[in-house]
Design a protein around this ligand. Structure first.
Ligand code: CA
Length: 171
């Protein structure tokens, strides 16, 4: 049986698809050079989906040095990764390694656990610590990140694979 569909119905269907696709958005070291703007329409921000999760590994060079999602994880300070110290291009290595961390998050037993930090500037100057942070305030980064999470989180990783260090990993 053939069903006639109006153009309006098809447009509504397309909009529905877009809405469903944007319930979750993951930013893997969201890019800086071409997206340095105050206009949220031109960059990733928390209005782009019901839940926006950003993971930062090269903030300030290839990646943004700002929190822009519902949750923002800054790994190893968020700018340069110890695992890339001997790499011939440490900044590019740090930018790209975020994909490896996310892949590992899918099946790691230890998990990448972030501790909350009240501001990105506190994080950058090393004022955030996981000492006395209750476990229920920590947030698992990656594939299994809770969509109830909010705020800035930091965590450390191993310098070599596997990178996850579990819950006691911070400064
Ligand atoms: Ca946006």
């Amino acid at each position: 049986m053939h069903q006639e569909r109006s153009a309006g119905q098809e447009n509504r269907d397309k909009n529905q698809v877009v809405t469903e696709e944007l319930c979750l958005l993951l930013g893997l070291d969201p890019g800086l050079p071409l997206f340095a703007t105050l206009n949220n329409a031109w960059k990733l921000d928390s209005e782009d989906a019901d839940f926006v999760d950003a993971i930062h590994t090269n903030a300030g060079v290839f990646g943004k040095i700002e929190n822009l999602g519902h949750v923002d994880f800054f790994i190893n300070g968020g700018s340069f990764l110890p695992a890339c110290a001997q790499h011939r291009n440490p900044t590019l290595c740090s930018h790209l390694l975020v994909t490896i961390y996310f892949s590992e998050s899918i099946d790691t037993e230890l998990g990448f656990w972030g501790s909350p930090c009240s501001s990105i500037w506190y994080l950058l100057v090393g004022w955030c610590s996981d000492i006395n942070i209750p476990e229920d305030q920590k947030l698992l980064m990656g594939e299994l990140c809770s969509q109830d999470g909010r705020g800035i989180f930091y965590l450390r990783t191993s310098d070599t694979a596997p990178y996850a260090l579990g819950e006691r990993n911070s400064y």
